[in-house]
Every structure is written in structure tokens, then in C-alpha cells.
Design a protein around this ligand. Structure first.
Ligand code: ZN
Length: 317
């Protein structure tokens, strides 16, 4: 055995207009646009990746933009909140920043020992900034509009909304290696690996809330980190033995992935840390042009023609 989930790898959501998506995550939140590629299963749709300076696992929020598609609905069986980690002293900066840019927000509210600002992206995706006393040494993106001392470090946690926790909890704790960390009312917080920012999942039990509907403004899936292909293979066998329908290993070019649906309905992925986003462009050039995996290069002209043009963020030196 000896295998361990290291934390959150990435979260993938559905957006509407790709330009509004780029503008919000880079100009307002100050994340780095780490990769511009396409949905490998639907190459005429963008796949946009945002993250920290290196696009480290645990900082990556990705989007499939479906311009003109209907909005989804948050509900049970979904990852309903994606929470970013900010330094404790950054809370005031972000409140002012949101006011300046006319971004409505709720809070700050206190949850456990954290201060939380709740807000939404232009498509209604629910997000949080969490200022917490724990250390978070991850490097933020320094060339965006947010001064590095206040910038987002990566994910803090994700929240799964479930009608019940009876079957999801054992999957998390007995199979995937999470430990119950704290609970208050209907919120159960689990940690995995070393715990702390980037390795936390909250399960909210909402027995009376209808199931969510995945479309624009909702999360499609969450991926957990595995360090290598060998451990991923072991996960695949073990989860399959428990009776879950697990996909074979899929080559996502920047990582390798398996997918299965947890009992509450949330789509889980287990993704490898390597090879990472510098596999097809150098660190300095991440996210500056459309990258296609080798098996789609021959269709580049047709793909580029089908994609709406995108105005890229200006780097602030
Ligand atoms: Zn994924």
C-alpha cells in the first residue's frame, strides 16, 4: 500500500463567456492564467487553467467555457463552494478590492478559526477567500494585479453538499485516507495528508436540498492529488474492487487521471502531480498561447477557427 492522497489537485467548473472568465480570475482575483488549451473530449471548447506562479497542484481552478449555455443550479451531490487561501492580514485588502471593483460579497464571517469572505464569479460560481492563522508557504503569482503579500496562495478547502454523509464519509475516511478534523452543526471537515490549506474538504449535510444541476456557474468535478502513476494504479484497482465504476487512466497531458462518482453524487478524479504544466511550454510562458496535446496538433487550424478569440491578461511587472 503506502499510498496517500496529498490534497486537492484541481477543481473544474463550467463558465459562460470565456473572456469574462479570464478577466475575472486574472484581473480581479490576481491568479495566473497557467494554461490555454481545449477540452480534450470536445476540442472546440476551451479549457482554461488558473493557478499560482507554477500552476502547482492545489492551486488549479479550471473552466470549460460554454458561451450561451444555460446556468446550472447549486445543490446536493455537488461541490458547491471553492475556497481560496489568503494570508490572515490580507482580509482588509480584499474587502477594499471587492468594493473598488464592485464585486458584491458577504462577510467576513467566522468559521472554526477562520475569517471567510463569500462571493461569486460572473457566472454565479460560489467562491470564498479564507484568511486563516495557519501557515501557507505556497508562492502566489507575483506578476498579477494583487500585491504578493495579499495574493491568493492556492485552494484552502472545497465544500461538498450532500443529502447525507453516511456513505460519503466512509469513502473519504476508510478508503481515501481522510481524517475527521472538526465539525460544527451540519458541517464536517476532513483533512488529508499533512492537512491545512489545500488538504481540507468540508461536507455539508443538507437532507432537504434538491440535487444540483451541472451547467454554467457550477463545478463539474474535483481532483485529488496522487504523487505518481504507480499509486494511481493502486487507487484504480482498490476503488474498482469496492464496486465503483472507475475510468481507465486517461492522459490529460499535464497529469494522468482516473474518475469515479462518490456515493453522494460528486464526480471525483484522482490526478497525478507530474508531469505538470511546463511539459509543453516554459515556466515564463505559461498561459500565453493556445497549447494542444500532440494528438490534436494536426487539427490546430480547424480548432483555432472554432474557438472565440481571447484577450489575454497583461502581466504587471
Ligand atoms: Zn479534472
Amino acid at each position: 500500500m503506502g499510498k496517500e492522497i496529498l490534497g486537492i489537485h484541481h477543481v473544474t467548473a463550467i463558465a459562460g463567456d470565456p473572456q469574462k472568465n479570464v478577466d475575472f480570475y486574472t484581473d480581479i482575483l490576481g491568479l495566473r492564467l497557467v494554461k490555454i488549451t481545449v477540452n480534450f473530449d470536445d476540442p472546440e471548447t476551451y479549457h482554461l487553467y488558473y493557478g499560482n506562479e507554477f500552476g502547482s497542484p492545489g492551486s488549479i481552478l479550471t473552466f470549460f467555457p460554454w458561451p450561451g449555455a444555460p446556468r446550472g443550479r447549486r445543490g446536493t451531490g455537488q461541490l458547491t463552494v471553492t475556497s481560496f487561501s489568503i494570508p490572515e492580514r490580507a482580509l482588509g485588502y480584499w474587502i477594499e478590492r471587492f468594493k473598488t471593483h464592485d464585486i458584491s460579497f458577504e462577510g467576513p464571517i467566522t468559521r472554526f478559526d477562520e475569517e471567510v469572505l463569500i462571493f461569486f464569479d460572473p457566472d454565479g460560481l460560489k467562491l470564498e477567500l479564507i484568511a486563516h492563522p495557519g501557515s501557507d508557504v505556497r508562492k502566489p503569482w507575483k506578476e498579477g494585479p494583487v500585491p504578493p503579500e495579499y495574493a491568493i496562495r492556492g485552494f484552502y478547502s472545497v465544500t461538498l453538499s450532500e443529502q447525507g454523509n453516511e456513505r460519503t464519509a466512509p469513502l473519504l475516511t476508510e478508503t481515501l485516507g481522510f481524517r475527521l478534523d472538526q465539525e460544527v452543526e451540519n458541517r464536517f471537515r476532513y483533512k488529508v495528508g499533512a492537512g491545512g490549506a489545500g488538504a481540507l474538504v468540508d461536507v455539508l449535510c443538507l437532507p432537504d436540498v434538491p440535487r444540483g444541476l451541472v451547467a454554467v456557474g457550477t463545478v463539474h468535478h474535483v481532483a485529488w492529488r496522487t504523487p505518481n502513476d504507480e499509486e494511481q494504479k493502486t487507487w484504480c484497482q482498490e476503488i474498482s474492487k469496492l464496486g465503483y465504476n472507475v475510468t481507465p487512466v486517461l492522459d490529460r497531458h499535464y497529469f494522468h487521471s482516473i474518475y469515479f462518482r462518490e456515493p453522494g453524487g460528486v464526480l471525483f478524479e484522482i490526478a497525478t502531480d507530474p508531469p505538470g504544466f511546463t511539459v509543453d511550454e516554459p515556466q515564463e510562458e505559461l498561459g500565453t498561447r493556445l497549447r494542444l496535446p500532440p494528438w490534436l496538433e494536426s487539427r490546430r487550424a480547424q480548432i483555432e477557427q472554432a474557438l472565440p478569440p481571447l484577450r489575454l491578461p497583461v502581466m504587471v511587472k
